[in-house]
Write a protein that binds this ligand. Structure first.
Ligand code: NDP
Length: 283
């Protein structure tokens, strides 16, 4: 079977170009979308992520307000900054880059962000909205996966979807989104028995674990769709996913590569959420 490769980088650029048009319309109405990006400490991976997010803002025409705070910043002063940003009308979205230094309580910090500015979709008001099907911000990686499935015409109704990984930022929300599209969803994790048997059943497989190349071609059902969220380094230090791409080629019908798969979609959906935040009329 020929495996079609999902081009996440291309779709991400298309989405950002579409958003650029929407930003121009907003600017005509006197609305200048703004995103506050808060980084605490010196985590080098976080610095790269934040840099990429700011670059995406430039592409789309969103103003980014950057706050780089030293590692030793107190939780109290971070919460004060968030309160100030909550009240700032020029700031439509607030992103606090995770992880935070150990002396800070991440849940408390996220809970301080006004839900209507929580463009990461991590606030319980937004995760709860997703659970009950109410409007709210959906976290960016799962939203990006759904957008890829939609743009590649993957039908989900009645399909058997298997999600490996149950984190709050990927595994749980993607399971809910697939369920919303009438798929039959199985959630797997480190305590799942017979993981291979579960994976073999999948018409659509989403893997968000963080273990390099743990899913191999022999585990798959012929013709399945494979979404690889993982971002790992292989034995040669090369970026790779949770899925062993080479052994799955020829078995899956459609699959994401790493890099240029899910990763760029996360940022595109962050931009999408910022534009949505700027469009909100009521506060
Ligand atoms: P977490 O570490 O929060 O969660 C990992 C999940 O995988 C847990 O639910 C864990 O189970 C499960 N797990 C671990 N080992 C196994 C195993 N051997 N078999 C089955 N399940 C297992 O990770 P994240 O969800 O934050 O991230 C997952 C991966 O996706 C990482 O590589 C990360 O870098 C990447 N990522 C990529 C993004 C992107 O934009 N492309 C965005 C976010 C993440 P349990 O709950 O039982 O411990």
């Amino acid at each position: 079977m020929e495996t079609k490769i999902i081009d996440g980088a291309l779709i991400s650029t298309q989405i950002k170009d579409e958003l650029k048009e929407q930003v121009l319309v907003l600017q005509d109405q006197g609305i200048y979308p703004g995103l506050a990006v808060v980084l605490v400490g010196e985590n080098s991976a976080s610095k790269v992520y934040v840099g990429n997010k700011k670059k995406a803002c430039e592409h789309v025409g969103i103003k980014s307000f950057s706050y780089e705070l030293p590692e030793e910043t107190s939780e109290e002063s971070l919460l004060e900054l968030i309160e100030t940003l909550n009240a700032d009308e020029n700031v439509h979205g607030i992103l606090v880059q995770l992880p935070l230094p150990r002396h800070m309580d991440e849940q408390k910090v996220i809970a301080t962000i006004a839900p209507y500015k929580d463009v990461d979709g991590f606030h319980v008001a937004n995760t709860g909205a997703l659970l009950v099907g109410a409007p709210g911000f959906v976290s960016c990686t799962p939203a990006g996966i759904m957008e890829l499935l939609k743009r590649y015409d993957v039908a989900l109704t009645g399909k058997k979807c298997v999600v490996v990984g149950r984190s709050n930022i990927v595994g749980k929300p993607i399971s809910l989104l697939l369920l919303r599209e009438n798929a039959t969803v199985t959630m797997c994790h480190s305590k799942t028995k017979n993981l291979q048997e579960e994976i073999k059943q999948a018409d659509v497989l989403v893997v968000a674990v963080g273990v390099a190349k743990m899913v191999t071609g022999d585990m798959l059902k012929e013709g399945c769709v494979v979404i690889d969220v993982g971002m790992n380094r292989d034995e040669n230090g090369k970026l790779c996913g949770d899925v062993d791409f080479a052994s799955c080629e020829g078995i899956a019908s459609l699959m994401t590569p790493v890099p240029r798969g899910v990763g760029p979609m996360t940022i595109a959906m962050l931009m999408h959420n910022c534009v949505q935040a700027a469009m909100r009329k009521e506060k």
